[in-house]
Design a protein around this ligand. Structure first.
Ligand code: SF4
Length: 406
């Protein structure tokens, strides 16, 4: 019998603005060339306000000014770039990687006072959590969020956690959050004997959690959760989706008691663009094609792919592919185009024929990079990402539990 059940009230669904703006930069051409910022600002998305002089700088002017700033600040500065950044940003970066590789790298460079993180907000937060007190992590454009991370807001996750613990015995469930979540969600996991995972260790994280307790709450990517659950042999009945806008997440007490894996209803707006028809068409066109996709894609896409793995895995697998091999790739277009350029001896293309960059990553325009660098030169630190001390403490616990898995 359940007592004191404080059921999550039905709420009016609110779609994160980052999700509404997800197709803002989709286009037909294959080249994503940067234009002066005032031109790009015509896309109807939120942009952080920036001094007007930066708006009209041409790519050549930005090149000169960024190179000048980098040269002045070189001993104190490191510029990190996520693989999904546009080429016009990647060319200024000192190191590239996926979110965790970048955060770890940042933490290993204690001599660098300024870490410019060309990625999205949750990544800069992770870099701040892992870096030392004297280091400053800077996100060039504060509106570079992540639609998936925005789908799990702290209050909703706390409501869910309270409901689950009212229904189940407190020692039955472990929270796991994907790296793509806010620092506050990571802290909730750290505080409640849970951990963080990445797309390359979600499997290990779930096995660890099941060795401790019988159920998992997995936040915020339902697809990574389903794909990992299936890889561990779970059946559809073992998994339920928690919709934060519905009472008890849209579930019954009975279904919650039966479920092994409770999956937050979040998704990546980039990786859910891929579908089975795209794979079918690619296979019809190229007999010996290799389909490689990210585990944030839907279960149907993952089921029909030949290779599934993290961004770093996708890069490595294609790099190791034989000359002449053909690759249909289900991940972000800036990365796919870059890998294709690096391997002219292979046929590499994005499964989605429309060119749709991650619209939040794309907000890091070279004008913003120039603005934050020149501000540092003048002694004015803008766009610093500073995570609250209590949140740092608990989120570090969750991150360290993940690190111990490897
Ligand atoms: S690709 Fe998806 S998960 Fe990654 S930052 Fe963009 S919206 Fe977020």
């Amino acid at each position: 019998m359940v007592s004191n059940l404080n059921k999550t009230k039905s709420k009016n669904p609110t779609i994160p603005i980052t999700e509404l703006e997800r197709s803002a930069f989709c286009q037909e051409e294959t080249e994503l060339e940067s234009k002066p910022l005032f031109e790009e600002k015509k896309s109807k998305v939120r942009w952080q306000k920036i001094p007007i002089e930066y708006m009209r700088l041409t790519p050549d002017e930005l090149d000169t000014r960024i190179a000048h700033s980098k040269n002045i600040l070189k001993e104190k500065l490191i510029i990190l770039g996520h693989h999904y950044q546009r080429d016009q940003i990647i060319k200024y970066t000192d190191f590239q990687g996926d979110s965790f590789k970048l955060a770890q790298y940042a933490a290993s460079l204690s001599k660098k006072e300024y870490i410019i993180f060309c990625g999205v907000h949750f990544m800069a937060e992770t870099a701040d959590i892992l870096s030392e007190e004297h280091q400053k992590v800077i996100l060039p454009n504060l509106t570079a969020g992540c639609s998936m991370a925005d789908m799990a807001i702290t209050e909703d996750v706390l409501d869910c956690w309270e409901d689950l613990n009212d229904i189940l015995d407190h020692n039955k469930i472990t929270p796991i959050t994907y790296m793509n979540s806010t620092a506050a969600i990571k802290a909730i996991c750290g505080e409640n004997q849970g951990l963080v995972c990445t797309s390359s260790n979600a499997n290990k994280a779930m096995q660890w959690a099941f060795s401790k307790r019988e159920k998992i709450l997995f936040i915020p990517d339902q697809h990574l959760g389903i794909n990992t659950g299936k890889a561990l042999g779970m059946k559809p009945d073992d998994m339920i989706i928690w919709d934060p806008f519905k009472e008890l997440g849209g579930n019954t007490i009975n279904s919650i008691e039966k479920a092994k894996l409770i999956l937050w209803k979040g998704h990546c707006s980039v990786h859910t663009r891929f579908n089975y028809d795209q794979i079918k068409n690619a296979r019809e066109k190229f007999k010996n094609i290799n389909i490689i996709v990210h585990p944030e894609c839907t279960a149907e896409v993952v089921e029909h792919a030949d290779f599934v793995g993290s961004t770093e895995y996708i890069i490595k697998t294609i790099n190791e592919g034989k000359p002449g091999s053909v690759w249909g790739v289900g991940t972000e277009i800036n990365l796919v185009n870059r890998i294709a350029k690096q391997h002219p001896d292979k046929t590499i293309f994005c499964l989605d024929s429309l060119v749709c960059p991650c619209s939040t990553m794309y907000r890091i325009h070279p004008a913003y990079l120039c603005w934050v660098l020149e501000s540092i030169e003048k002694g004015n630190i803008i766009n610093q990402i500073k995570v609250d001390k209590n949140i740092i403490h608990n989120s570090k616990i969750a991150l360290n539990r993940m690190l111990k898995l490897n």
